[in-house]
Write a protein that binds this ligand. Structure first.
Ligand code: ZN
Length: 71
């Protein structure tokens, strides 16, 4: 899985202003998609549900870091 830095302007409570925020994100490679596909078939769809839940949790929690104060 290749990781890349995602960048977005967000309001920081600590700084009290809108600052640049960064977070690491991962892009699924073609190989990983194939692995997911095989596992989805092997687990009769259970794997796909787990991956979707994991993706949703990852997006919701965020992991954004303020470029000014690092929080
Ligand atoms: Zn900040």
């Amino acid at each position: 899985m290749a990781t890349y830095i995602e960048e977005q302007l967000k309001y920081c409570k600590k700084c009290g202003e809108t600052t640049k925020h960064f977070r690491n994100n991962s892009k699924s490679s073609g190989f990983m998609l194939l692995v997911h596909l095989v596992l989805t078939v092997a687990t009769t769809g259970v794997w796909l549900v787990l991956v979707i839940v994991w993706k949703i949790l990852n997006t919701k929690i965020g992991g954004w870091k303020c470029s000014e104060c690092g929080s």
